[in-house]
Write a protein that binds this ligand. Structure first.
Ligand SMILES: [Zn+2]
Length: 464
């Protein structure tokens, strides 16, 4: 509302419009989707105003030892390249939705305009950092099996063990007479006479005869950020770690972190499946939630999870669902990601936003209003007599310049033009030709104008 000026407020007609707008804004704010629409890269949206987001991605492979990697190795470069080719193709070529939304509309854009650009692949050797899921067995606890009640999930052992259990111990290793064992988790433990009773989390039957039970704690470090602290020397990137585990099974950690993703035991999954799963986890890192409950109103009301075929009735093909297609994102899912990486400094710093592209300027041939946050890596040339009005934050890459030709106008209205990387951009050149940068200043009456309104500001510049 504060962006409306006094003249507009004086108009009765405008007042009515404001009321309508206010109501519209309030409704949209309720869903947190007020300005996502502006950021959606529709098929016809120009690349100037809806550019591709490139997230600088640094891949780390942690090997168990020099000789035994138990992981990807230096010979896996083509595997890693293939993974990111697939992942980027899922985001580049969005398919149509398989599951209908409640409004019956097929919400579809052809591309997310989002790329995970692998800029470096690094290898490290560290057995401790490699092991993201270990179990620490407490061998002092060697408990004799008494009974197991399937209906109550209660496992009874001889002796009073409750007080000697370590606080973090939450699992039991059940050894069987045939030499095999099984690991189960328990939710509570109590002493009953001369015996101890463990309540197991999942109801299960033991067909084989159990003997000795030991307690241990599961040490799951898939989400711990120690790897990022230690190995992410370049903080202006998303770091994806490939680690291992002394336990079996593929595991992913910490998608919601914008800087960090860990994938454990990628070599134990399928190649294509690994790319599908990683694309989903990367979806979390860029701000997207699961689709079992819709994050945005252009998603189906419910999406059944369970790695089942995509079909019209219950399961979507959304990258953020659990399905076996994973080739769709809704326009608002994509628009939301674009809004984050256009507005927020912490997100913009992870992208190629400061990589100046020379000799291919954005040219303003007709009056234009930029009413969404923008990340610009090129020069901007406002041609003779034209006006560019900036109404939301504009990031200019280091090395970029705004050229104002004769009688051109740059209006910065309630917004800031700035650089987030602390490297400064080249500022605005008034009455200077882009094609002939040494041209003499034109007559004052013809000079281009910079107009700052409503605390509009131009900063982080080398010269003005
Ligand atoms: Zn997920």
């Amino acid at each position: 509302m504060k962006l409306l000026n006094q003249n507009q407020l004086q108009s009765i007609a405008f007042n009515k419009l404001i009321l309508v707008l206010f109501f519209y804004c309030a409704i949209n704010a309720l869903y947190g989707q007020h300005d996502i629409e502006k950021y959606i890269p529709h098929e016809e949206s120009p690349l100037v105003t809806h550019p591709q987001i490139e997230i600088r991605t640094i891949v780390h492979v942690i090997k168990r030892s020099h000789d035994v990697a138990d992981n990807l190795t230096e010979d896996s470069l083509s595997y890693i390249t293939q993974q990111y080719d697939w992942i980027n193709s899922f985001y580049r070529d969005l398919r149509k939705p398989t599951l209908a939304t409640s409004d019956g509309v097929e919400h579809h854009i052809p591309s997310a305009r989002l790329e995970f650009k692998v800029v470096d692949i690094l290898f490290h050797v560290d057995a401790n950092d490699w092991d993201r899921m270990s179990t620490e067995e407490d061998t002092r606890h060697s408990m004799n099996f008494v009974s197991y009640n399937e209906s109550t999930s209660e496992l009874v052992v001889e002796g009073k063990w409750k007080s000697s259990l370590q606080r973090a111990e939450d699992s039991l290793k059940i050894s069987f007479k045939d030499g095999s064992h099984e690991i189960v988790r328990f939710s509570s433990v109590k002493v009953d006479g001369q015996q101890t009773v463990f309540k197991l989390i999942s109801n299960r039957s033991f067909e084989k005869e159990a003997t000795i039970i030991t307690a241990f704690k599961e040490n799951n470090r898939n989400c711990a950020t120690d790897l990022w602290d230690k190995y992410a020397t370049d903080k202006n990137a998303l770091h994806v770690f490939y680690t291992g585990s002394s336990k079996s099974g593929i595991a992913f950690g910490c998608g919601p972190q914008p800087y960090f993703l860990n994938v454990t035991n990628i070599i134990k999954g399928g190649d294509w499946a690994g790319a599908q799963l990683t694309a989903h986890e990367l979806g979390h890192t860029v701000g997207l939630s699961h689709t079992d409950r819709p994050q945005f109103d252009d998603l189906p009301k419910a999406d059944k999870f369970g790695f089942i075929d995509c079909n019209q009735s219950a399961t979507s093909n959304n990258i953020m669902g659990y399905n076996i297609c994973r080739n769709y994102l809704s326009p608002k899912q994509v628009g939301y990601v674009h809004s984050l990486y256009s507005k927020r400094k912490d997100r913009i710093l992870l992208t190629t936003a400061n990589e100046y592209i020379a000799n291919d300027p954005i040219e303003i041939w007709d009056d234009a209003i930029w009413d969404k946050a923008m990340v610009v890596k090129r020069d901007i040339v406002i041609r003779r007599g034209q006006t560019l009005k900036i109404q939301e934050q504009l990031h200019m890459a280091a090395g970029a310049t705004i050229y104002l030709e004769a009688k051109a106008q740059l209006i910065v209205d309630g917004a800031e033009v700035l650089n987030f990387f602390g490297t400064n951009w080249n500022g605005v050149k008034v009455c200077s030709s882009y094609e002939r940068s040494n041209k003499l200043p034109c007559k004052e009456k013809n000079q281009g104008q910079i107009i700052l309104r409503n605390n509009g500001n131009i900063k982080d510049i080398l010269q003005l």
